[in-house]
Design a protein around this ligand. Structure first.
Ligand SMILES: Nc1ncnc2c1ncn2[C@@H]1O[C@H](COP(=O)(O)OP(=O)(O)OP(=O)(O)O)[C@@H](O)[C@H]1O
Length: 265
């Protein structure tokens, strides 16, 4: 059994009286997709921020490849191969795709202090890496990021993470703003990353998308792990019911029945 790439042990995170996460334990190994499911306010963003070095846990610990770590910043997490891709690709609309791909890691030419950004190399690498992910319509590294489709932006961000050696890819609601075709493309990218041995944490509230690619699942409700299971152990209905909160739905049904009843009388 391989050592998990990333592991959370009994992590809690509180903000001035709000328990955003309570006693969450999970792990993800190379070549696995962990889907983190939860409704609005469940604690998904807070969990991503703990995993990516934005927040320190109030209690509990984080391990990377079996070693306890304390991230002081997202850079610390990045240096250990943890890459986070945000909903819109976290990219800059007015930058060229090549600039965006290499932001903070620019290839240079010349000798200090006369170094300059090697635009040609950056453009070639960016276009090539995006093509590897099936994005064949971006052939010019000078193209503005703002002109890419949502799926292409996600691909750019994922290609960047993989190129710079990510071992763990954390995807924050990558499909939620996309149409069916583009969402399918992003789900394919997740499978590709998995096939390359990356550990993927796929954060979503779309049960269908999660079930299409997930190996294991964790459902957060009010900051707690309400359930965790492996592929095939729950039906879509069971997961949806759990996320919607069985009680809340029962209350609503009773309320609606009451309204209908009073309308009839
Ligand atoms: N910096 C903060 N200060 C105070 N409370 C916070 C802070 N960040 C998150 N919270 C609270 O923690 C809880 C979980 O929030 P979080 O953003 O992690 O949920 P989420 O699952 O990502 O929700 P959504 O899907 O709506 O983005 C919420 O009640 C939120 O108001």
């Amino acid at each position: 059994m391989s050592v998990p790439l990333l592991k959370l042990n009994h992590v809690s995170k509180s903000f001035a009286g709000v328990d955003a996460l309570s006693d969450v334990s999970l792990e993800v190994s190379p070549g696995e997709v962990l889907c983190l499911l939860g409704d609005n306010g469940a604690g998904k963003s807070t969990l991503i921020k703990v995993l990516s070095g934005v927040h320190k846990p109030t209690r509990g610990s984080v391990e990377v490849e079996g070693r306890p770590v304390v991230f002081d910043s997202p850079k610390d997490a990045g240096d250990l191969g943890i890459a986070t891709v945000h909903q819109y690709g976290g990219t800059f609309p007015l930058m060229s795709v090549a600039r965006c791909f290499f932001v903070g890691k620019e290839p240079t030419r010349g000798v200090w202090p006369f170094q300059y950004f090697d635009k040609k190399t950056a453009a070639e690498i960016t276009v090539r890496e995006m093509q590897k992910l099936g994005i064949t319509r971006v052939t010019d590294g000078d193209r503005l990021v703002g002109s890419l489709s949502g799926g292409e932006r996600q691909s750019l961000a994922i290609a960047r993470a993989v190129y710079f050696g990510a071992k763990v890819l954390i995807l924050d609601e990558p499909t939620s703003a996309l149409g069916v075709k583009q969402a399918t493309h992003v789900l394919r990218l997740i499978m590709q990353a998995r096939a390359h041995g990356l550990a993927v944490v796929f954060v979503t509230h779309n049960v269908t998308h999660a079930m299409a690619v997930g190996d294991q699942f964790a459902v957060l409700i009010h900051g707690r792990m309400a359930d965790d299971f492996r592929k095939g152990e729950r039906t879509r209905e069971q997961i949806t019911d759990l996320m919607a909160g069985g009680e809340a739905m029962a209350d609503l049904e009773a309320e609606l029945a009451g309204l209908t009843g009073s309308g009839n009388s």
